[in-house]
Design a protein around this ligand. Sequence first.
Ligand SMILES: [Zn+2]
Ligand SMILES: [Zn+2]
Length: 237
Amino acid sequence: MKFDQNKVIPIRLGSAYCYYLPSPNGSVLIDSGHFNKQNHLQSVLVAHEQDIRDIRYIFVTHTHHDHVGSLAAIKRISDAKVFVHRDEAMFLRQGRTPLPKGTLLWTKMMVHLGTVARIGRYPAVEPDFVISEELQLNEFDYRIQIISTPGHTAGSLTIIVDDHMAFVGDTMFNIRHETVYPPFANDQAALLSSWNRLLGTSCQTFFPGHGRSIDRAKFEHSYHKALDKLKVRGARC
Ligand SMILES: [Zn+2]
Ligand SMILES: [Zn+2]
């Protein structure tokens, strides 16, 4: 039986969502929000009759400060093992990840101001597992596949559960009506190939770091829209 989508607990920690997947043999947390949000996480889990100490693994979709700010504290409380992509392990160890590039005029300006204000720091964490490409885990009552989906950052990961749900971090943003294209991405060509790869899976629901879950139809529509835009840009060159 596939993992029931309704069992996923989305928890907003600052501006970013983290996701808790309960399991009788240890639970999973995907991302860990802004700095100092561990108490909020704890109280939401208690309200769902869950215990933060049951978290066995924490998967980091990428190491921007809004996704790993409370990681050190949550790891300390739960003693969970942390998984991160090879290309971002060093950032996690030093507690600082460079801000991503903007893909829109306003986000380009925002990144510039953020860099000046030195935003991007968080308490450092020593990861337990460093992923180079892909990883499959069969030790829960659901199947986990972790794949590399670069674009927003070089080390962005997507966590696929039972071939039907994907936790994509900032590879998609669901904050605009017409598209899930991220307002920030270091490599937009890589992002589009990652999207193509995700469309090649049988996933039907995509859980982003910002905004509510995305159905496959909206994702597909956004992909074709982004491809058309790229073609127009290419034709102008
Ligand atoms: Zn990000
Ligand atoms: Zn984010």
